[in-house]
Write a protein that binds this ligand. Structure first.
Ligand SMILES: Cc1cc2nc3c(=O)[nH]c(=O)nc-3n(C[C@H](O)[C@H](O)[C@H](O)COP(=O)(O)OP(=O)(O)OC[C@H]3O[C@@H](n4cnc5c(N)ncnc54)[C@H](O)[C@@H]3O)c2cc1C
Length: 386
């Protein structure tokens, strides 16, 4: 059985970011995915817009701001050909929103432009290219569906065929290996790519995002030499309603509730995106050439989930009175040996993942503590209370 120091399950932006930082200190890292290439699920569907979170100050906004600064610099320094940092024009939805915008404390420089606020920090990254480049220096194993993980003789064993000292779960909306207190919810969404004659020089965001114009690599249409990406829709779908997409995770385009058009994505969503985009800018000659769909993995409190993983059974055996509300210090909780997670990056995976992966690797290698609001401890405590 082949053995590694680290195995990462999931080659989306979360897993590829962890692989990148781990590869700087270990040559024994294996990145696994059940698909045949990186970024095959949510990460391949993403428009991969990087944009600031606007609003009143709070811990989540702080985290997004830190991550956006870190990740933008990180992409620009390491993969300058895969990021376009031309800014984003944020347009208020209505008068109320306009009023709010004026009172927000903005964490980034901006200027007033047309009907909105122009933030030079806004960027677009190439999602698959970034994942590919992040994972360049690690060994990869594709078409490998992990069906079982077991901890035996101080090692994690996967499907009885691979073993490792440390296992990192970056499985996105697939929750089969997560303890029941980690409640990840799938928020499905669609993005469309259109060809057009329109030359846009920066991104836009109102109720959806529109990208700047990229070269039309789809065909040779001289009248429509650009590609524009428009995203995204949001559907919190229960498994029951997902009858026509039972193999979630394997399909590249899906149909949402009540639609049978699996090959072209959801027509209703395409129509909605075109309407929302037209409300931002007049887009006369758009022709949809591709749709992408995927499931964002969101935690119940919207914060990501990073670090080691509390073993709920052993912790409750040791401290049964936790159930009646008695306080026990988090450092006394039992954790699974050498098992880690980076998940719950929701709709901001390309903003959050490099920053969080760098923190996670620091935690694994140097025992550098992580903020409470991203650790599994808070989810365990919340679950026990219920
Ligand atoms: C339509 C859409 C638009 C979006 N737009 C943006 C955007 O503009 N900006 C932004 O920052 N984010 C955006 N997002 C969100 C972003 O896509 C996600 O936050 C991010 O991709 C999540 O990355 P991940 O690595 O956690 O999950 P995924 O990319 O889903 O990766 C998880 C991987 O784990 C693998 N896996 C799971 N279980 C197993 C197993 N048992 N064995 C082997 N492999 C397994 C899967 O095959 C998958 O490849 C968008 C999402 C969608 C759906």
């Amino acid at each position: 059985m082949k053995s590694y120091e680290y195995i990462i399950i999931g080659a989306g932006i979360a897993g590829c970011s962890v692989a990148h930082f781990l590869s700087k200190s270990s040559s024994s890292v294996l990145l696994i995915d059940r698909n045949d290439k990186v970024a095959s699920e949510a990460s391949g569907a993403a428009g991969a817009f990087l944009s600031p979170l606007l609003g009143k100050p709070n811990d989540f906004k702080d985290l997004v701001t830190k991550s956006l600064k870190f990740s933008t610099n990180f992409y620009k320094k390491n993969f300058p050909d895969s990021i376009i940092n031309n800014g984003v024009l944020r347009i208020p939805k209505d008068d109320l929103d306009k009023e709010k915008f004026q009172h927000y404390e903005h964490d980034f420089n901006f200027s007033h432009k047309d009907d909105g606020y122009f933030f030079p920090i806004g960027s677009l990254v190439s999602s698959s290219e970034i994942c590919l480049k992040l994972s360049t220096n690690v060994e990869k194993l594709f078409n490998f569906n992990v069906k079982m993980i077991q901890y035996r003789s101080d090692l994690w064993v996967l499907n009885d065929t691979l073993k490792c000292k440390n296992l990192i779960l970056c499985t996105g909306a697939d929750t089969q290996f997560l303890p029941k207190y980690i409640d990840i919810r799938a928020v499905w969404g669609q993005r469309i790519v259109c060809k057009s004659s329109l030359l846009l020089s920066h991104n836009f965001h109102k109720e959806c995002s529109i990208s700047l114009s990229l070269k039309n690599t789809f065909d040779n249409d001289k009248k429509k030499p650009y590609l524009i990406s428009i995203g995204a829709t949001h559907h919190r779908i229960t498994e029951k309603k997902l009858s026509c997409t039972e193999d979630i995770g394997q399909k590249k385009s899906i149909s949402f509730v009540g639609c049978n058009n699996c090959e072209t994505g959801c027509i209703e969503d395409t129509k909605k995106l075109l309407l929302l985009a037209n409300d931002i800018i007049k887009l006369d000659d758009l022709e949809v050439v591709k749709t992408y769909a995927g499931a964002r993995a969101s935690s119940i409190d919207y914060f990501p989930i990073v670090g080691d993983i509390v073993d709920e059974t052993k912790t409750l055996d040791d401290f049964p009175y936790l159930k009646s509300g008695t306080h026990v210090k988090e450092e006394r909780f039992t954790r699974f040996n050498n098992l880690y997670i980076l998940n719950g990056v929701g709709g901001r995976g390309f903003v959050l993942s490099p920053y969080l992966a760098s923190n996670l690797v620091d935690f694994i290698l140097n025992k550098q503590d992580l903020p409470q609001n991203i650790k599994t401890d808070r989810l365990f405590k919340r679950w026990v209370k219920k």
